[in-house]
Design a protein around this ligand. Structure first.
Ligand code: COS
Length: 384
């Protein structure tokens, strides 16, 4: 749902301009230093990018899902690290509180997440619990008006910068199932919470992940999301339904960027006496990419509209995430191919994108997990 096309166009134009004029010129610097300059992060705060999707009553722009995916496509047209910096505040680092938090929890955290004063992160994955998220082992044992958390979370995006962590933990340590899991907001600096060293990754330099370790970490009972035990896994799954649509949009933006770079290169690069864009084998790669990007956009916007209309979009979000991220991988591969030898060289930037976008097919649920989700939903429909 688009509330006001005119207002949205202004926002999308300002994001597109910011991406073009401020972020794209700094891609190489971020990749080299593994750091987004503080001044750029300030500009992102001023533009309201940290609060795009947070409710207006808490200082955000309150974008609907349809508006959000269109904004995410724009943000996708540059190094994914920039989107990642604002991604968790708008998504997995805040959605649990937005959807299931108490009014007090929302009041306490959302305004600072929306302004970018606070960075949020999402702690689901563990060393032994990745795709099988419900098998997580971190425990939260009630002790008076606190819970005591113990366990390790792995590959946690933005953890090194985070001020709060949404943590899924087992409040019934004897319970093996998803219904023994609860979600907590844990503040950075809480005694017993420590961070591992920053992970070295294949790509996405400038976006940081690390372990988050809880060792007898005492968290006030008031920080149990929704003050309700046993619903934390559902909170996490609902968070991922939204997050997967967002990632699908980011992947589509990245594909559009890589295709634009490939088209530019193909029209400039001459072989056999003419620009390589005039060769039909190159054109086939460009055409396949364009058609797939278009299909991806259509899926994402449709799924977003359905979510805005109040429909459950678990299957559609997984379809969009699977299709868009796999499509993005194919476009990245073709773009490197069109660049030829230059595509393998760092100076041309396309190899960096090729590495950066590889993560899209893995995080917020691998392609194989999306297949499982889609198939389950389908079979459920048929079984009545
Ligand atoms: N929305 C709301 N509730 C949901 C839900 C959703 N999208 N998906 C599952 N649930 C509910 C189920 O209805 C079930 O509740 P009931 O027992 O009351 O019916 C409960 O959650 C457990 O669900 P399920 O039985 O389907 O859990 P499984 O362990 O079988 O598997 C998958 C669920 C595989 C889908 C889940 O573990 C998953 O998404 N894994 C990938 C995790 C991931 O994306 N990690 C990325 C890192 S986070 S960046």
């Amino acid at each position: 749902m688009i509330r006001s096309q005119e207002t949205l166009n202004l926002l999308l134009d300002s994001i597109a301009r910011f991406v073009r004029e401020r972020l794209v010129p700094n891609e190489e610097l971020v990749a080299e230093t593994d750091q987004i300059p503080a001044a750029l992060l300030d500009e992102m705060r001023e533009l309201g990018l940290f609060g795009l999707c947070l409710p207006e009553e808490y200082g955000g722009l309150g974008l609907t899902m349809e508006e959000e995916v269109l904004a995410a496509i724009e943000l996708g047209r540059t190094s994914p690290a920039f989107r990642s910096a604002i991604g968790s505040n708008n998504g997995i680092g805040s959605t649990g509180i937005v959807l299931d938090g108490t009014p007090e929890q929302k009041e306490r955290y959302l305004p600072r997440l929306a302004s970018g004063e606070l960075i949020g992160s999402f702690c689901l994955t563990e060393p032994e619990a990745g795709s099988d998220a419900a098998s997580l082992r971190t425990t939260a044992v009630r002790d008076g008006d606190h819970y005591v958390l113990n366990g390790t979370k792995r590959f946690i995006t933005n953890a090194p910068e985070a001020g709060i962590f949404t943590v899924m933990a087992r409040t019934d340590p004897a319970g093996k199932g998803a219904d023994a899991i609860s979600a907590f907001v844990v503040e950075a600096g809480t005694p017993g919470l420590t961070l591992g060293k920053i992970d070295r990754k294949m790509g996405q330099k400038g976006a940081h992940t690390c372990d988050v370790i809880f060792d007898n970490c005492r968290v006030p009972a008031a920080n149990l999301i929704g003050e309700k035990e046993g619903v934390g896994f559902k909170t996490a799954m609902k968070t991922l339904d939204k997050g997967r649509l967002h990632i699908a949009a980011v992947a589509t933006g990245a594909a559009e960027r890589m295709l634009a770079d490939a088209v530019r290169y193909a029209t400039e690069r001459k072989q056999f006496g003419k620009p390589i864009a005039e060769f039909q084998l190159i054109q086939a790669m460009l055409a396949d990419s364009q058609a797939e990007i278009y299909a991806s956009r259509c899926m994402i916007v449709d799924a977003a509209r359905r979510r805005d209309a109040g429909e459950r979009v678990t299957s559609e979000a997984s379809c969009a995430k699977m299709f868009a991220t796999e499509m993005c991988g194919r476009v990245a591969d073709r773009a490197v191919q069109i660049f030829g030898g230059a595509g393998y060289m760092s100076d041309y930037g396309i190899e960096r994108f090729y590495r950066d976008v590889r993560l899209f097919r893995i995080y917020e649920g691998t392609t194989q997990i999306q297949q499982i989700v889609i198939a389950r939903e389908l079979l459920r429909t048929f079984s009545g």
